[in-house]
Design a protein around this ligand. Sequence first.
Ligand code: GLN
Length: 278
Amino acid sequence: MKTVLETINGGAQYLEKRGVEDARRNMEHLLAFQLGCGRMQLYTQFDKPLEEADLAPLRELLKKRSERVPLQHILGSVTFYGRDFICDGRGLIPRPETEELVEMILAKAPQKPLEILDMGCGSGILGLTLAAERPESTVTMVDVSEDALSLTRENAVKLQIENVRIIQGNLFENIAGSFDVIAANLPYVPTGEQQEMEPELGFDPALALFSGEDGLDLLRQFIPASFGFLNPGGLLAMEIGHDQASHVARLLESSGFAEIDTLKDLSGIARFPFAKHP
Ligand code: GLN
């Protein structure tokens, strides 16, 4: 019989050998998932022997993870800004930086009922979080991918978030009206980076990651178009790649935006361009 601690140690070693980053934390998540408890609860039962009824399915989970299926897909959920979202291959796995973007938007957006747009909503984490944090506002969520939109819809139902409008379309093609805030975490990875990426990233939809040779194809369309959909004084907020800040600032300027300011993420990378419609 193996105990909880022995199982964690053995599994962590197995995953580490197969190149999984943060192997022990991954193993703890998988075991907690199998046992139906929280990860922290494992620490209070290190000596508990595990039944084969739990070990057999755990081996399957470990095998999947060793094949580099992302942890979030195996668990089927991910916590973002304190809420549990359904997570699978229909949308991009939320990145921790995007929580910083939410925080910044909430700090800058005026405290009153707003019309907010989330362009390229994917799994829905950005727009649904803004909707939940600002229940007096309405969030329009747009994506070109029907798959992503079905995930957004499921997440809206799961989290009981009703102040949203969900619309399919390529950028603004199906959008009417104007907005006080437009937020966007659009694909921005250069196509050429595909080869160098960790295997886990192959489980994200390519459509949500890549945007041409320099990663800026979609932003070159989106930034000038967004200007026409913002109310005077309205705020544009984006997430971009690590070396795109100056290029994006120029696009913002030539599109007529004012008060352009690219805020840094926690690693010090200029990651979040903010700008205002004058
Ligand atoms: N930050 C993500 C990555 O580098 C990309 C997210 C995006 O393209 N919007 O994997």
